[in-house]
Ligand binder design. Structure first.
Ligand code: ATP
Ligand code: MG
Length: 572
């Protein structure tokens, strides 16, 4: 590709809405352009990277025995009504009507559509296992689209769906995808971890997320410093702490705490560490149930654990009127004594005694409170969020905390969709059985963005060879110099012939601004062709990542560059 004839609209200024580095650099390098919130054009350079990620995914999916199809982006409401998700999915689902007023949605995921294919075509266990995948545009009307391709509304996903005769066979399909994902992200040059994850609204029995480690990641993950255990904090289990609560030694006493509502304020006032206090959260579930939850004062509620326990999809802090109704006091003074709703406690509370908590009376708290003597709870449950320093649930190690970008997700679905949509096959006894399913997603654009989060410096992107939009840039320092032009052109042609992806910077611009652009675009190898080098029969070869430069004799330069590209690809 000749730069002078290419379409590479780089930006000098960073767009104001680009909060994370990958978004800033993708915009500045002319890879993407915003059309509307969470909706982007893929410009040529961006598209080349997207295709690289797709090709790696495609090769590894095919190698793992999955078969590529392409389903429509638009799917009929009817299918979603059969699975029950037309009602369940909420506002992320973009719904529309055709001219006959028939309802459709733009697929945010394709369990329904693929299940419909299989139930209409597969009827015997002999046709299994089957794993169908596609690389396709999805739409999710995200509440907060941001970070460029990382959290878009329209985005490209690889989604695969496996169908098996029973649980054991489905576990094999799951493991095959898990291993394929490891290979895919390794080949993309990403530093990642597979972590245990919550199955969320998609349903199913277990799942893993593939997390790219990055400060800007939206997910919090924990991993054990001793064993292999790693999990999204949404999921991370905690063991019940050992031992029981010491016997009460203090009487229950009421203390005036004027206008002090937060744990921090109250604990400072009472001169008691937040870890010696109990906070009482009054929450409202989507089924309108109200529940109070007790947690150690310095802990964070894990809403997903609570949702799973209650069997609801969403929770929010109860509004003031509800708090008044169940506690008899304004929020900020809630406690477990005398509540008129369900009361649950995190398991850690069972080991505490003589603690402070809200008095259910405006401007008052209680001290010296004790479970059993002063109040009861319905159950002690693992309800808090894991943090760094917690004990590993599997061994004696300690948990460490990380931030991650979820680039892939594998789910064991079970029979959720085959039951509701009646997708069955006959087994070897001639008996009807629901198909056991798995589903497996990768965010293609998110993976590309995650790569930039891990591979950049102050001058721009530093692509790992496997994802680089071009492998080599040949920069003619002065293309008006005939010898320079001829030597650059020769090398360009030679590299093209040898199958190298090369961008020839033949623009009539100052070398400094060409170098700046090359650094911004992040092409791994740059060859500078200039009059001074030519006098010594040499090019200058510079590595983007290390900045290292060497003089390369013209004789044999092409072969050396090809070898270097191949070595970097093989290392990935
Ligand atoms: P998240 O928790 O980040 O919203 P999710 O759990 O909703 O992700 P899945 O339904 O598992 O995501 O989708 C499969 C993959 O698609 C994700 O692992 C992620 O890489 C990608 N993905 C999901 N939502 C988006 C989005 N809004 N923009 C870009 N990629 C996305
Ligand atoms: Mg999501």
């Amino acid at each position: 590709m000749r730069y002078s004839q290419y379409f590479l609209p780089t930006l000098k200024e960073t767009p104001g809405d680009a909060e994370v580095i990958s978004h800033q650099l993708m915009a500045r390098a002319g890879m993407i352009r915003k059309v509307a919130a969470g909706i982007y054009d893929y410009l040529p350079l961006g598209l080349r990277v997207i295709r690289k990620v797709e090709n790696i995914i495609r090769e590894e999916m095919n190698r793992a025995g999955a078969i590529e199809i392409l389903m429509p982006a638009v799917s009929p409401a009817d299918l979603w009504q059969q699975s029950g998700r037309w009602q369940e999915y909420g506002k992320e689902l973009l719904r529309l009507k055709d001219r006959k007023d028939t309802e459709f949605c733009i697929g945010p995921t394709h369990e329904e559509v693929v299940t419909e294919i299989v139930r209409g075509t597969v009827n015997s266990y002999r046709q299994l296992p089957l794993n169908l995948y596609q690389i396709q545009t999805k739409f999710r009307d995200e509440i907060r689209p941001r970070f460029g391709l990382m959290r878009g509304r329209e985005f490209i996903m690889k989604d695969a769906y496996s169908f098996d005769i029973d649980d054991a066979a489905a576990d094999i399909s799951y493991d095959r995808m898990y291993q394929a994902y490891r290979r895919i992200f390794k080949r993309c040059g990403l530093d990642f971890r597979a972590v245990e994850a919550d199955s969320g609204a998609i349903g199913g029995s277990f799942s893993h997320e593939f997390m790219v480690l990055a400060e800007t990641g939206e997910d919090a993950i924990v991993s054990c410093d001793t064993c292999e255990y790693a999990a999204n904090v949404e999921k991370a289990e905690l063991r019940a702490p050992a031992g029981s609560a010491p016997a009460p030694s203090q009487p229950l006493a009421k203390v005036e705490t004027p206008n002090l509502k937060s744990i921090e304020d109250v604990s400072a006032f009472l001169k008691e560490a937040p870890g010696k206090m109990i906070k009482t959260l009054v929450l409202q579930a989507d089924n309108d149930e109200v529940v109070a939850v007790l947690l150690r004062g310095d802990r964070t509620l894990n809403e997903i654990k609570l949702c799973n326990f209650l069997g609801c999809n969403h929770l929010q802090l109860a509004d003031e009127a509800v708090v008044q109704k169940v506690t008899g006091a304004p929020s900020g003074f809630s406690g477990p004594i005398g509540l008129t709703c369900r009361v649950l406690a995190d398991q850690e509370v069972a080991t505490m005694s003589d603690f402070g908590l809200g008095a259910n009376e405006a401007n008052y708290h209680l001290t010296g409170a004790n479970y059993g003597r002063d109040f009861q709870v319905e159950a002690f449950v693992d309800l808090r969020q894991a943090t760094a320093g917690d004990s590993c649930p599997r061994c004696d190690g300690k948990l460490e905390a990380w931030r991650g970008i979820e680039v892939g997700h594998v789910f064991k679905l079970g029979t959720k969709y085959s039951d509701s949509m009646h997708a069955v096959v006959l087994d070897d006894q001639g008996k009807e059985r629901p198909l056991v399913m798995g589903c497996y997603g990768i965010g293609v654009g998110r993976a590309a963005a995650a790569s930039i989060e891990q591979n950049h410096d102050e001058n721009g992107i530093v692509w790992p060879m496997p994802l680089a939009p071009f492998q080599v840039i040949v920069t003619m320092l002065n293309p008006n110099d005939e010898a320079v032009f001829a030597a650059g052109e020769n090398l360009y042609q030679e590299l093209l012939e040898k199958g190298i992806e090369v961008l020839l910077d033949d623009r009539d611009e100052r070398p400094g601004s060409k170098f700046k652009d090359a650094d911004l675009l992040g092409i791994p190898l740059r060859v500078n062709v200039g009059a001074r080098g030519l006098k010594e029969q040499s090019f200058e070869l510079q590595e983007r990542r290390s900045g290292e430069r060497i003089m390369l004799p013209i004789e044999g330069a092409g072969a050396k560059i090809v070898a270097q590209v191949r070595a970097a690809l093989d290392a990935g």
